[in-house]
Design a binder for this molecule. Structure first.
Ligand code: ADP
Ligand code: ZN
Length: 224
């Protein structure tokens, strides 16, 4: 275990970020913070925040930076993340968000940013067929279906096709990824904390590859 690991996960939609972040957070014993999950939960429970963000999410647009930053700053101020670290999933997604994250984690720094790489034709196929639990956000695919159709193995919640996994919203999200999020790869490369990991293959293989690469990187940086 790495005390106080501060990890960020990048990767286009369908690269497997959510699934792998859950596994990394268990392995490194740090909370998994997913902005997508947080916003979807607020929409589902009908909070004021949920009402504000619903149309952005459904249409596949980015939620304005100020709003996302205020939600994430609040979450990262809790003792679990402030003290032990985190695996961040879905944040930052723009350069202004990345700049703000550097401020938020002070006096600490991010340890590592992992980019999971997967070709676009493969993510399109994954997004078109993925299903998700509305309660705990566990992802399912044709390779990994729930034991009982429509019912989550983990929590019994309803397993559905995400509303924003339709062709138009997917296209918009992938375009936004190219224009807004891809620049973060250079951003973190320049800071010497970027690690690229191949996200193609069975989920367990990718997890092993990730953990090996992360451990190797962190031990080189003197974190392990
Ligand atoms: P995906 O990566 O498949 O698009 P996520 O679950 O990470 O899905 O995010 C779902 C939606 O939540 C995004 O399309 C966007 O509307 C919103 N969102 C999540 N994180 C951010 C962020 N950092 N900045 C702006 N919008 C965000
Ligand atoms: Zn569930």
């Amino acid at each position: 275990m790495i005390p106080g690991a501060r990890l960020v996960m990048l990767g286009k939609q369908g690269a497997g970020k959510g699934t792998q972040c859950v596994r990394l957070s268990r392995h490194y014993v740090v909370p998994h913070i997913s902005t997508g999950d947080m916003f979807r939960a607020s929409v589902r429970s009908g909070t004021q925040l949920g009402n504000k963000v619903q149309s952005y999410i459904d249409e596949g647009n980015l939620i304005p930076d100020d709003l996302v930053i205020s939600v994430i700053s609040e979450r990262l101020s809790h003792p679990d993340t402030a003290g032990r670290g985190f695996v961040l999933d879905g944040f930052p997604r723009t350069v202004p968000q990345a700049d703000r994250l550097n401020e938020i984690v002070k006096p600490h720094k991010l340890d590592l940013v992992v980019n999971i790489t997967v070709p676009t034709d493969l993510v399109l196929e994954r997004l078109a067929t993925r299903m998700v639990c509305v309660d705990c956000q566990t992802n399912y695919s044709p390779q990994q279906t729930p034991k009982v159709q429509g019912v989550c193995d983990v929590c019994g919640g309803e397993v559905i096709h995400r509303k924003d996994d339709n062709e138009e919203a997917i296209r918009r999200r992938l375009n936004l990824y190219d224009t807004q999020t891809r620049p973060l790869i250079d951003y973190y490369q320049e800071r010497g904390i970027l690690l690229e990991v191949d996200g193609v293959g069975p989920v367990d293989d990718v997890t092993l590859r990730l953990i090996q690469s992360v451990d190797e990187f962190l031990s080189k940086m003197g974190q392990l």
